[in-house]
Write a new protein. Structure first.
Length: 377
């Protein structure tokens, strides 16, 4: 280990590679530095300053997410100065906008001082849709901070609910910019950006139009990146609580890319879909179909049994009856007209294994090479 490639974090001497940030070195060594605006895969902006650390000899606290590791650095991640700074930032965020973490209908005597404060400021009974799944809430509890001490700011912009997928609640936005980076740097859709200035600042789509009238393709990457309740899935707003769901990893079946996704299951139903972090090929990203197109799974309109057409109309049949019928028709056609009168269309939506079986069935059983796929099947 050469001195030129080591630094010290909280007294531990650690190796680093050229180009790594302090945050990356810390995380690789299981040292927790809280972040809000940092988004993996995007250029660090250092906007929220919650990740500040104390570096010996530096004139001010440095944002760990945006500071390159340098040989010989001595870093403290939870020094009194660091904690004081993080508390102040959190206080400012909590006093700005609507951060109502109060549990609706709970006994007042059970509420923490923090909850009472935000409830009083907000004057709303509405439970935040991401209660229990909010980075700002986590940090407020971790550092025991409320919005007290600062005059609360009013919400300037109304909630946007006019598209079928995403609710934009500007009153809960902390302007961390993760949604902008997710849209521009990760998905490269360039549909949203920061707009206006100072207290009027807002995340806008082009011309400050609703998302539905913008270049937004509703991939939902912004929703997944939002660390608070400013962007939430419209369908399940208020219907799910993170602690009531379990995640099941699966492969998206909409196309052949094989994106990895986590199904969030509540009461045996899929209630939400998110991209699986750190998994190829999509590295956490999804498209609109993968993220929002899951209602068909529990649709009452799905076929429950095979249908056989007789005299112009369908009747339900058992699988045995349907398969016997198909087998006998295929055999008759092959015996009468030869194998090449038959063909099989399979689908990009099924798994590799299912397509492999279809291939074997076509070539080895039907004895023809007439097999293709249709992306829409
Ligand atoms: Fe580093 Fe926001 S996480 S500045």
């Amino acid at each position: 280990m050469s001195d030129a490639q080591t630094l010290t974090i909280n007294g531990h001497q650690l190796e680093f590679e050229a180009g790594e940030t302090l945050l990356e070195v810390a995380r690789r060594n299981s040292i927790d530095i809280p972040t809000l605006c940092h988004l993996k895969g995007a250029t660090p902006t250092g906007a929220c300053r919650i990740c500040v650390v104390e570096v010996a000899g530096a004139r001010s606290l440095l944002a760990a997410c945006a500071t390159p590791a340098t040989a010989g650095m001595e870093v403290q991640t939870e020094s009194p100065k660091v904690v004081e700074s993080r508390k102040l930032i959190l206080q400012l965020m909590l006093s700005s906008g609507n951060h109502n973490c109060a549990v609706r209908g709970s006994d007042d005597s059970d509420w923490t001082r923090f909850q009472l404060q935000v409830h009083g400021d907000d004057g709303s009974d509405e439970l935040c849709p991401v209660w229990g799944d909010c980075r700002l809430q986590d940090l407020a509890y971790r550092y025991q901070v409320s919005g007290e001490g600062f005059t609360g700011t009013e919400t300037r912009y109304p909630m946007e609910t006019v598209n079928p997928f995403i609710v934009r609640d500007f009153s809960r936005c902390i302007q961390c910019g993760r949604c902008v980076q997710a849209c521009n740097d990760i998905q490269v859709n360039n549909a949203i950006s920061f707009g206006y200035r100072g207290p009027a600042s807002k995340i806008i789509a082009a011309g400050d139009r609703p998302l539905k009238d913008s270049d937004c393709v509703f991939c939902g990457e912004c929703v997944q990146a939002c660390p608070v309740g400013a962007l939430v899935e419209k369908d399940v707003r208020y219907d799910i609580r993170q602690w009531n769901t379990k995640k099941v990893r699966t492969t998206c079946s909409y196309c052949g890319v094989g994106c990895q996704m986590d199904l969030h299951i509540q009461d045996n139903q899929i209630v939400k879909v998110s991209g699986t972090d750190d998994a190829v090929p999509n590295d956490g990203s999804l498209c609109v179909k993968g993220r929002f197109g899951f209602n068909f799974v529990a649709s009452g309109e799905r076929l429950q049994a095979p249908l056989i057409k007789e005299n112009g109309s369908f009747r339900a049949a058992s699988w045995d009856e349907a398969l016997d019928l198909v087998a006998s028709r295929l055999k008759t056609l092959r015996d009468t007209h030869g194998s090449d009168c038959l063909g099989v269309l399979t689908s990009a939506r099924v798994s590799n294994e299912e397509n492999y079986i279809a291939n074997k069935f076509t070539r080895a059983v039907l004895n023809t090479n007439n097999i293709d796929h249709c992306a829409r099947l």
